[in-house]
Design a protein around this ligand. Structure first.
Ligand code: M6R
Length: 608
């Protein structure tokens, strides 16, 4: 995840910025940079790789600065490289910008700026902002930034400096965190509290759509509609470990709570309100997609479960047959592929060895390849014909949570895209799905607000030996994911099963008190799963339901029920998996397990 640190004050800037950036390293990044105001001009230093690489080109004796901004970049637009790393500057090199977030309308702004003579040197959305500030600059940096931001759609936390107005640092935020740190020697700006904790514990939280002008001895916050805001600092008491986890007990819990914004960021800029999907890096045009007669999906673990939802969406909406396989099986079987086949490979890390091998196999047979990944510049992006990015930010907990829901969101978009090219479903259909998707982040928030209910369940169920998860339709992959999450972090034996298959064997596992958790979603298989729950209950199982149907029939049948908000069929998979993540988390905690680093598991599986 990108990180921002800025400083204006009496001390030398460079060591302070480097120290702050170092504190943000744990979040993951691929390049780093600094912009320093020195004797009336800006010095910009940037490097691909880690901070050690940046430090190699820093000559502290020559960099005598009292104003500067720094950044660690996690690539979203443009590969990890020196020229794409922040800070970005305008044409004159007198304005420098660091940015976290996504500028949705950067293409059109960039075209407009190029038409009026601006020259771009990177592939990033952020550089647009540097030129926009330049275009609006009239000697007052704050005014220029304010005007530039009025043109921006999307999310941002920014810090901007200019050699033409060197007594201030301007920062602003929308949907991306930003704080000030008040120290004896000066004032810091940062995207996250850990960056500041070595220097000060006096923190001012900047709220959404606020802009702040920071000088050596004070700051002035204004709201989006230009009203002056008085806000004092608060004292943070966190140690560095708590600060890194944003006050959450574990990275996994933090990441579970980051899911609304991870989904929002994945939809941002890739879906418009009319249901049109735009993928910057897909590189497959209408003709190529029209030509496809079969789709294959390969992935492992949690990514495979996201793929199972994509299969349902593509077959239903685009009417193309989809085969899905775990990568380790696909790579050694003899799938019938041709140049009319499309392979969708899903991997949050972009490095999973079996999935990469699956791609190579499909390529040999002439298939086109789309990768769905969270990591720009990862191995898979270099091997695929086109890439669809999830924008979940780096995930530190081994258990995939926010990357999973972002995968489902991105795959729903990809399914819409293919369906639109393929069979021309009418516009109102896509509009409805877009409308429903746009409400998913707030519905996830609503579910997270009821986490206490699930915590209570965990007290009741944490010492069982077996746990069964059942579902039908999109509820089936969700059940699989629920079982995987529980076994990987709590070490309880868990099975995820298609509910209708239970009577062909697994129902024998059920006896008194075995928890059977059903994903019971409204739709054509609702009555069927209710019957399956009935079958489990009559064998003594404790029946738990995650449902969007708050009715007496379900209440009468269940020991515990969690009602999720209604949504469209595919995105209800996102909503119903959230309580399962929480359940695994709270059960694992009850059992004293290390949820962030479960035994025997690695975040990225780069070996066969
Ligand atoms: O990086 P990938 O998405 O390719 O990883 C695949 C699996 O190893 C991964 O999804 C794994 O199942 C999860 N970490 C489980 O939570």
């Amino acid at each position: 995840m990108c990180g921002i640190v800025g400083y204006i004050g009496k001390e030398k800037t460079t060591p302070l910025l480097l120290q702050g950036l170092k504190r943000l390293e744990y979040r993951g990044y691929d390049s780093a940079g600094l912009a320093l105001s020195i004797n009336g001009s800006l010095t910009v230093l940037r490097q691909k790789g880690n901070l050690d690489q940046l430090e190699k080109i820093v000559d502290h004796d020559k960099l005598d600065s009292r104003l500067g901004i720094g950044h660690t970049r996690w690539a979203t637009h443009g590969e990890p490289s020196k020229r794409n790393s922040h800070p970005h500057t305008d044409c004159s090199g007198k304005i420098a910008v660091v940015h976290n977030g996504i500028i949705e309308n950067w293409h059109e702004l960039r075209d407009e700026l190029i038409d009026s003579g601006h020259e771009f040197t990177s592939e990033t959305d952020t550089e647009t902002l540097a030129h926009l500030v330049e275009a609006n600059f009239n000697g007052d940096l704050k005014e220029a930034v304010k005007k530039a931001l009025r043109r921006i759609k999307g999310s941002y936390a920014i810090a901007v400096i200019s050699s033409e107005d060197p007594s201030k640092l301007i920062a602003a935020r929308k949907d991306s965190p930003l704080v000030l740190g008040i120290a004896e020697s000066g004032i810091f700006v940062a995207s996250d509290i850990p960056a500041l904790i070595d220097q000060t514990r006096k923190i001012v939280i900047i709220e959404d759509e606020e802009l702040v002008e920071v000088a050596q001895d004070g700051y002035q916050i204004t709201s989006g509609d230009d009203v002056l805001i008085k806000r004092d600092s608060i004292e943070v008491k966190w140690d560095i470990e708590a600060a890194e986890k944003g006050g959450f007990a574990d990275f996994m819990l933090k990441e579970i709570y980051e899911q609304p914004s991870a989904i929002q960021d994945t939809l941002r800029g890739q879906l418009d309100e009319d249901g049109k999907v735009n993928f910057d890096d897909l590189l497959l045009d209408k003709e190529k997609i029209e030509d496809i007669d079969k789709i294959f999906i390969v992935a492992c673990g949690t990514s495979l479960h996201a793929g199972m939802i994509a299969k349902l969406a593509i077959e239903k909406w685009a009417h193309i047959s989809v085969e899905i396989d775990c990568s380790s099986e696909f790579r050694y079987r003899e799938p019938v592929l041709s140049d009319k086949s499309l392979l969708i490979a899903i991997t949050q890390s972009g490095e999973t060895a079996d999935t990469l091998a699956g791609i190579r196999k499909a390529k040999e047979k002439g298939a086109k390849i789309i990768a769905v990944t969270n990591v720009v510049g990862s191995s898979i992006t270099r091997e695929a014909d086109g890439v669809v990015y999830t924008h979940a930010g780096p995930e530190i907990g081994v258990a995939a949570t926010k990357t999973h829901v972002s995968q489902i969101a991105a795959l729903i978009l990809l399914s819409m895209f293919i369906a639109r090219q393929k069979n021309g479903l009418d516009d109102s259909f896509f509009q409805k799905i877009a409308e429903s998707l746009s409400k998913v982040p707030e519905k996830v928030d609503e579910i997270l607000g009821k986490a206490e209910t699930i915590k209570e369940w965990a007290k009741k169920y944490h010492d069982v030996y077996d746990f069964l998860f059942i579902g039908r339709g999109v509820g089936y992959p969700v059940a699989m994911e629920g079982a995987l999450k529980l076994k990987e972090i709590s070490y309880i034996h868990a099975e995820g099963y298609p509910a209708g298959e239970m009577k062909h064997g697994p129902i024998a596992l059920i006896n008194d008190g075995v928890p059977v958790l059903a994903i019971a979603l409204k739709g054509k298989v609702f009555e069927k799963i209710v019957s399956n729950m009935q079958e489990a209950k009559s064998r003594g199982g404790s029946i738990i339901a995650i449902t969007d149907s708050d009715d007496n029939q379900i209440r009468a049948l269940t020991d515990d029920v969690f009602v999720i908000p209604e949504s469209d069929e595919m995105s209800s998979a996102i909503l119903s998996v959230i309580p399962l993540q929480l359940l695994s988390y709270f059960i694992a905690k009850e059992r004293g397990c290390n949820v962030d680093q479960p035994r025997n598991l690695a975040k990225s599986v780069t070996v066969e």
